[in-house]
Write a protein that binds this ligand. Structure first.
Ligand code: NAD
Ligand code: GDD
Length: 322
């Protein structure tokens, strides 16, 4: 039986990944500071532990796993990473985890590791035009991410790829572009725009108003979690190390995102634009490289994933209200 290790298995993408690997027949160990919040874990073995501790990381990487997914990070949406209040923690926590994990995998002669970097590592100067952002993989340098979260991701990408060059590992690096879906953080301050829009619309009456940070003309693309997992497992099992974008190239403004959610809910919703953490003005996944190297690209329309996500968040809102 093949074995997989999912670091960050108590989180949104990690929780979904464990389910997928179980369906594929893997024996799975999950590790996280916490259990998944919204569903039971399906991991065969779940270790609650702090991956900032080197001894912990060496202990959980106690065998030669066939596949390792390093998803554990100190992360959140714009309301978490762009306020500046968490910069030191984000850099220290995530970099320490990645340093420990790269070293422990190398010691165990584990070759295949997947690392989830982020589109936040791309330079801010290429993302000022909301209609025409440049997120081609080779546009990363000269580096100028607009957040410490992005700088840490860039450092850790380089860390994992340096192990490949110096130690013969086959670590893989993907740059995720705003992943969403059911069982993701939907309130509390770390939620991203799709979940925030779903929550706000679910809580509003038809004819009501929801708050949007900024003028809502900033652009993003959003990838449904199932497609993210498809791209991630394909990359890990391929002969290509990356870094490569895993994201949707269906770019929308945040106002359009809110409108799509309101349509799904069947509500008339007015938008109230307020100051808030904004991040880059425009961002879209450039999918030429993933199509070229893996022969695959995400294809589901945004609205399909939003329908499933809205339904789930509407239920969470109703449950909380009850
Ligand atoms: P998440 O916050 O839901 O999951 C991350 C998990 O890591 C959490 O469960 C957290 O408890 C765990 N963790 C943090 N510090 C830890 C520690 N010291 N020891 C053990 N576990 C620890 O985030 P997610 O959306 O599932 O993201 C997974 C990965 O993908 C992260 O690396 C993130 O930076 C990256 N990413 C996500 C997105 C996105 O849109 N979701 C976009 C770009 C990159
Ligand atoms: N979260 C949130 N909540 N964002 C809002 C809201 C709101 O109520 N209203 C408007 N926005 C705007 C933000 O100001 C930002 O301009 C845009 O929606 C997108 O915000 P997020 O989804 O929170 O984050 P992001 O796209 O800037 O960054 C996310 O994606 C990266 C990868 O592409 C984050 O999740 C990063 O951690 C991730 O790496």
């Amino acid at each position: 039986m093949k074995t997989a290790l999912v670091l960050g298995a108590g989180g949104f993408i990690g929780g979904h990944l464990v389910k997928r690997l179980k369906r594929e027949g893997f024996w799975v160990r999950g590790v996280d500071l916490k259990l998944p919040e919204y569903a039971e874990t399906e991991a065969d073995d779940f270790v609650m532990a702090d991956l900032r501790e080197q001894s912990v990381v060496r202990a959980v990487i106690d065998r030669r796993f066939d596949e390792v997914y390093q998803l554990a990070a100190d992360m959140g949406g714009a309301g978490y990473i762009f306020t500046g209040e968490h910069d030191a923690d984000i850099m220290h926590n995530s970099a320490t985890i990645n340093l420990n994990v790269a070293d422990a995998c190398h010691r165990r002669t584990i070759k295949r590791l997947f690392y989830s970097s982020s589109a936040c590592m791309y330079p801010a100067y290429n993302q000022e035009d909301p209609d025409n952002p440049n997120c081609a993989e080779d546009s990363a340098y000269p580096a100028a991410p607009d957040s410490e979260y992005g700088w840490e991701k860039l450092f850790s990408e380089r860390l994992f790829l340096a192990y490949n060059r110096n130690h013969g590992t086959e670590f893989r690096v993907a740059r995720y572009h705003n992943i969403f879906g059911p069982e993701g953080t939907w309130d509390g301050g770390k939620e991203k725009a799709p979940a925030a829009m779903c929550r706000k619309v679910a809580m509003a009456n038809t004819g009501g108003t929801i708050d949007i940070w900024g003028d809502g003309l900033q652009t993003r693309s959003f990838l449904y979690v199932d497609e993210c997992l498809e791209g991630s497992t394909r990359l890990l099992r391929s002969g290509f190390e990356g870094p490569v974008n895993i994201g949707s190239d269906e770019m929308v403004t945040i106002n359009q995102l809110a409108g799509l959610v309101a349509d799904i809910a069947g509500k008339t919703i007015h938008l109230n634009h307020i100051p808030g953490p904004l991040g880059v003005r425009g961002r879209n996944s450039d999918n030429r490289m993933i199509e070229d190297r893996l022969g695959w690209r995400p294809s589901q329309p945004l609205v399909a994933g939003l329908e499933r996500t809205y339904e789930w968040i509407e239920r969470q809102v109703a449950r909380n209200a009850a």
